[in-house]
Design a binder for this molecule. Structure first.
Ligand code: PDD
Length: 283
């Protein structure tokens, strides 16, 4: 059965949904995206994802003609039409279609594309993620959730070819983030994740976890960390709308902790699932 997707005001079977070859998303990667998780039929932290979308668009001077409420409505309509109860909703907005020219065309309407992706999202984590460390080859504004993802495509392909689930990107001797996720390490009762800056995407799952970390009995230290520190950590954790809170049990073939999903990751994942029942931690 084909999915129903959304493109520029219309709900269409995926085979019929088209955008122009002149779309600036296609030509220049001149666009922004978001991925919101769906767990047990509930859309998780969508408001925070759309706030980040608005911020990313403002940073590239792309004016959004849709209200946040209208965009949330399309999320729900797509979930309903596709009977999506587990997975995610992808949203992409580009500056629109016009003959190729680097500068912004004078009058242009943004392109909006959205679709659902079914994915199993349960509390189980199996053996956790295996990670492959790779150099971070990205541009200088990683805080913007740009659709220019070639560096991540290559990083994650290298990881997949090495039998891994995610890449761990490294720059100037420290870990920046996962290929499409935030990286954390655990030492005792302390979770460590690097400070937000232009060097990393401000993860919504990271933000959600921080709302309940202290009350769950953990401490938070915001600082950079090296690959060696990650290898010696009690646990390594990956967070993203697609992975939620996921233990990593191996980096570059070396086991982390005992090589099994750790208790901190499991506990934080459980709480995340509990909060998802009411739409997430961020309201
Ligand atoms: N990626 N860092 C990067 C580089 C990411 O691409 C992502 C998310 C994150 C985590 O952000 P959040 O917790 O808001 O999902 C961090 C999405 C899921 C993707 O590209 O599929």
């Amino acid at each position: 059965m084909s999915r129903t997707v959304y493109v520029n005001g219309q709900y269409l079977p995926e085979e019929q949904a088209m955008v122009s070859i002149f779309d600036r998303g296609f030509i220049f990667a001149d666009g922004i995206y978001e991925v919101s998780a769906v767990i047990n039929g509930k859309l998780v932290d969508v408001d925070a994802h759309l706030a980040r979308l608005e911020r990313s668009c403002a940073e590239i001077r792309l004016e959004l003609p849709w209200t946040r409420a209208a965009l949330i409505g399309i999320h729900h309509e797509l979930m309903m039409r596709n009977k999506l109860t587990s997975g995610g909703v992808y949203l992409q907005v580009t500056r629109g279609a016009a003959d190729r020219s680097f500068t912004f065309p004078a009058s242009i309407a943004p392109t909006l594309v959205m679709f659902t992706q079914a994915r199993t999202m349960t509390r189980e984590v199996g053996r956790g993620y295996k990670l492959l460390s790779v150099p971070d080859l990205r541009w200088a504004r990683r805080d913007i959730k740009s659709v220019g993802l070639l560096a991540q495509v290559l990083a994650k392909q290298a990881a997949a070819e090495a039998g891994c689930d995610e890449a761990l990107m490294i720059e100037d001797g420290v870990i920046t983030e996962g290929g499409s996720s935030t990286a954390w390490i655990v030492k005792g009762d302390t979770l460590i994740s690097r400070p937000l800056s232009n060097d990393v995407l401000p993860g919504i799952t990271r933000k959600a976890v921080l709302t309940y970390l202290a009350e769950s009995g953990f401490r938070f230290e915001e600082r950079t960390f090296t690959l060696d520190e990650a290898l010696a950590a009690d646990e390594v954790i990956i967070t993203a709308a697609t992975a939620l809170v996921m233990p990593a049990t191996e980096i570059d073939g070396q086991p982390i902790g005992g090589g099994q999903p750790g208790p901190v990751a499991r506990r934080l994942r459980d709480i995340y699932f509990d909060l998802a029942e009411t739409g997430g931690a961020l309201g």
